[in-house]
Write a protein that binds this ligand. Structure first.
Ligand code: HEC
Length: 119
């Protein structure tokens, strides 16, 4: 009896932990897509972000150049899918995430949609 009770409690709390909504699942994937976090480049709320800036000298003037990851709050599901599973490999700063499953991309999309207009 003494052994059984703690075992039940552990099993119960485990099943509670695994009960997450699709939104939470999408949020988790956005922050940890088994690779570099999307948030690192696109920002916590997918609002877009400057990844890097550097200075160059042009016509004797120093100009600041920036590399940005775009706002992805308003993309369509098709746009997201094409970006994650591109037909042709394109050279981009963005890493490849083509190991994600369709379910995962759907959850990601749900999370992105919920970020609309957030700054
Ligand atoms: C290292 C930085 C970086 C990371 C990490 C990153 N991205 Fe990107 N992403 C970019 C840049 C830069 C672009 C714009 C150039 C391009 O399209 O490749 C972009 C473009 C996109 C686009 C296309 C936007 C459009 O307007 O067509 C989508 C969608 C996107 N990213 C989603 C994601 C998702 C989802 C993740 C995480 C699984 C992610 N990105 C991770 C840098 C990043």
């Amino acid at each position: 009896m003494r052994l059984i009770i703690p075992l039940c409690i552990t099993t119960f709390s485990f099943s509670q932990e695994w009960f997450i909504t699709n939104y939470e699942y999408g949020k988790m994937l956005y922050n940890n897509p088994r690779g570099i976090s999307c948030a690192k480049c696109h920002g916590k709320k997918a609002q877009g972000k400057i990844i890097a800036s550097y200075k160059i000298k042009k016509y004797g003037k120093i100009i600041t150049k920036t590399i940005k990851a775009p706002n992805i709050q308003n993309i369509t599901y098709e746009q997201l899918k094409t970006k994650i599973f591109p037909k042709k490999k394109i050279l981009s700063i963005m890493p490849q995430y083509d190991y994600l499953t369709t379910n995962e991309v759907e959850a990601l999309y749900l999370y992105l949609q919920a970020q609309k207009d957030k700054k």
